[in-house]
Write a new protein. Structure first.
Length: 144
């Protein structure tokens, strides 16, 4: 298994962090395994992230394809106390986890896609099942 460096979305002076990811050779060297077993999903775990309020989330749609975040990618998010206008965040809305750009509109939260489409979601802070999970720091893409 090789160690892959995660590339941050933003410039950071923080200490670099690493996640161990399998190489394609490792995934395909095993015989008689299904395609589902060849994905990196189970490998996107790093105990250091959990200690620093950072954790991985799998992207479930193409709502942020305009900024390079696609369905099937994993994003590393950081839970913070404050989030700023225009930041890309992960949200829990009912049973769905979404990655969207945060905008405020008349006391409500507007979750915009990139590019901006008619799929904008507007919620209130007290909306049942709504929770801000954290700010997107890094993107991990699986290329097969």
């Amino acid at each position: 298994m090789k160690v892959a460096r995660l590339l941050p979305i933003e410039n950071s002076t923080k200490e670099e962090e690493f996640v161990k990811l399998p190489t394609a050779n490792h995934l395909f060297s095993k015989k008689n395994i299904s395609d589902a077993e060849r994905h990196i999903d189970p490998f996107i775990i790093n105990r250091n992230f959990h200690q620093k309020k950072k954790f991985p989330v799998k992207v479930t749609d193409n709502g942020m394809i305009g900024v390079g975040i696609e369905e099937g990618d994993h994003v590393i998010i950081e839970e913070k106390e404050n989030y700023y206008e225009g930041e890309i965040l992960a949200f829990q809305l009912g049973q769905k986890t979404l990655v969207r750009r945060l905008l405020r509109s008349e006391g409500r939260i507007r979750l915009d896609c990139a590019p901006v489409t008619n799929h904008t979601i507007i919620v209130e802070f007290e909306t049942p099942g709504f929770k801000i999970l954290g700010k997107v720091l890094q993107i991990i893409k699986e290329i097969l």
